[in-house]
Design a protein around this ligand. Structure first.
Ligand code: HEC
Length: 177
């Protein structure tokens, strides 16, 4: 009897972990796609300077809108070893993973994602983000003067420039509530 309870508990927790991984991965993918779609649209319509103001004002509402009902189950955000918005500062456990990835390039580190368990038992899905060509407008090592001016204005403590193509930029994370 005891064994069957143990086996059941084990199988249940495995199924739960699998469900979390699938859902978190899908949510991360949706968030990345919708943010990039919006930013690209803004860059082509209004140019990178206005696109920065757009990001400043709209990243959170766009992400919430994309997540929809999933907001009731999951919390999410982005972080980096070089941050722009100070609200995105890493927690101590995230900083450990950031150290592992910082300075690496796409393909260097074979981990596509990390599953981290918090002390309270909740799971967190953590996925690395790499610099694509379009990110360079606002995070690259050759930023235009106008972009730099806008960044100084909106993010006086900005650290998130100087990245190269395919360089590790930070993480997107999804946490169980
Ligand atoms: C139009 C300019 C622009 C482009 C293009 C852009 N970003 Fe950003 N990025 C920003 C701004 C502005 C913020 C801060 C948003 C905020 O206030 O929450 C930011 C924040 C971030 C963060 C959150 C961590 C932090 O530093 O606060 C990550 C991670 C990030 N960007 C990655 C990327 C990646 C990867 C790409 C390309 C796929 C990209 N960005 C393209 C402007 C841009």
């Amino acid at each position: 009897m005891k064994w069957s309870i143990l086996i059941f508990t084990f199988l249940f927790s495995q199924a739960h972990a699998q469900e979390f991984q699938t859902e978190a991965r899908a949510l991360a993918s949706d968030l990345k796609t919708s943010l990039m779609k919006n930013v690209s649209e803004q860059i082509s319509k209004q140019g990178p300077v206005k696109a920065i103001s757009f990001c400043h004002d709209n990243v959170k509402p766009i992400a919430k809108n994309t997540a929809g009902d999933r907001m009731s189950k999951y919390e999410f955000g982005r972080t980096s070893h070089k941050i722009r918005n100070m609200d995105n500062r890493a927690t101590p456990w995230m900083a450990v993973y950031l150290k592992e990835f910082q300075g690496t390039f796409k393909g260097d580190n074979q981990k596509e994602f990390i599953l981290h368990k918090l002390e309270n038992g909740k799971q967190v899905y953590v996925e690395p983000l790499y610099i694509q060509a379009q990110c360079l407008f606002c995070h690259g090592d050759q930023i235009s003067k106008d972009v730099q001016k806008k960044l100084n204005e909106l993010y006086p403590k900005d650290q998130a420039i100087g990245f190269k193509l395919n360089e590790f930029r930070g993480f997107i994370w999804i946490k169980e509530k």
